[in-house]
Design a protein around this ligand. Structure first.
Ligand code: SF4
Length: 335
């Protein structure tokens, strides 16, 4: 891995100085624009942190990290079955900023912002602008949870909740921790992988002091996403008492390979993170070229079961609209 950029800035600077132009990205990677068909989408444009670019291989247009972020003309194709809201979340949104999909958990979309734009993201068409919690409806959200005493876990999501400042994030933690019914606060975030410096000392200290159990579900799809800085940051989080899990998406041409999946699990474990979910792609418009036939996914999964100890094998699942849980893939179908 060639360290072709120096990233010694604080995480806020790294977040505001992401690479947003294909020209710059190609220049950093030593790629020639003239050699490749370039696609510039109107929305959900290129955005990639420099720490993530650092992990890409110079001169390789097929780098698995680059392929996750580089817009592709195939995104503009209309493919049957691939829609803008594949999980039907629009109907599960009783208050702006709150999704109630699961019985004992609610999900808060605290921000539409992400450090990175992943081309397969199922929320890439989500209307964040009209669906963000405001300071006024933080009280409404807290009241909603209080009125549903079965809710004992809150999932902070987005966008990426760790793209909020510590001050805003801590205000949410304060409000949620004041609800005695809550036992667990979960954060779904890709930031520790793409800007490891985001796990700064004040954040880890605050999470360590929470009266709730803190679970951080990171999102890492390929072992090349984990360099020494990433491992160090994750191990600091582990030392702060945070339960660390990973969810990955099975992506054609990126990680649909037994050795890559096996190395991913091992690298995560080395970094203190347990593999949790391996998702089949959510069928979102613009992402069909990443999709893998379910039969092939099961074949790969059988290989993974044979290769790794059980505790390193994530659950193979898919999400379906209006199902109150992630659906396990049938491993025995047609066997
Ligand atoms: S970080 Fe997560 S929410 Fe943001 S674009 Fe990537 S997959 Fe989507």
């Amino acid at each position: 891995m060639i360290n072709h950029l120096i990233t010694q800035k604080n995480w806020q600077s790294q977040l505001s100085e992401t690479v947003n132009s294909i020209d710059e990205l190609f220049a950093l990677l030593g790629l020639d624009l003239a050699d490749h068909a370039i696609y510039i989408p109107d929305q959900f444009r290129l955005r990639v942190p420099r720490a993530f670019v650092n992990k890409m291989k110079i001169g390789d247009i097929n780098d698995p990290l680059l392929k996750q972020v580089l817009p592709d003309i195939k995104e503009s194709l209309t493919v049957t079955g691939f829609v803008s809201d594949p999980l039907g979340e629009a109907g599960q949104n009783p208050i702006d900023g709150l999704l109630h999909k699961y019985e004992s958990r609610v999900l808060l979309t605290l921000t539409g912002a992400c450090a990175i734009h992943c081309r397969y993201c199922f929320r890439q068409h989500f209307d964040y602008q009209s669906n963000l919690p405001t300071s006024q409806n933080q009280a409404l959200i807290v009241d909603y949870i209080r009125d549903h005493p079965d809710i004992n876990e809150t999932i902070l999501s987005g966008g990426d909740p760790l793209s909020l400042s510590n001050r805003r994030l801590f205000a949410w933690l304060d409000a949620l921790e004041a609800l005695p019914q809550l036992t667990t606060i979960r954060l779904h975030t890709r930031l520790p992988i793409v800007i490891p410096d985001r796990l700064d000392a004040p954040l880890l200290e605050r999470l360590n002091q929470s009266r709730c159990q803190i679970v951080m579900v990171v999102h890492c799809n390929h072992p090349n996403e984990i360099d020494d800085a990433t491992t160090l940051a994750l191990r600091r989080a582990q030392a702060a008492g945070i339960t660390l899990l990973n969810q990955a998406v099975l992506l054609k041409g990126i990680n649909d390979n037994i050795n890559i999946q096996s190395n991913l699990s091992k690298q995560l474990f080395k970094s203190g993170v347990m593999p949790y979910y391996l998702h089949l792609l959510d069928k979102v418009a613009g992402a069909a070229h990443f999709d893998i036939d379910e039969r092939r996914a099961v074949d790969l999964y059988w290989q993974l079961l044979a290769k790794l100890p059980g505790y390193l094998v994530p659950k193979l699942v898919k999400e379906l609209p209006n199902r109150p849980f992630k659906v396990p893939i049938d491993l025995y179908k047609d066997q």
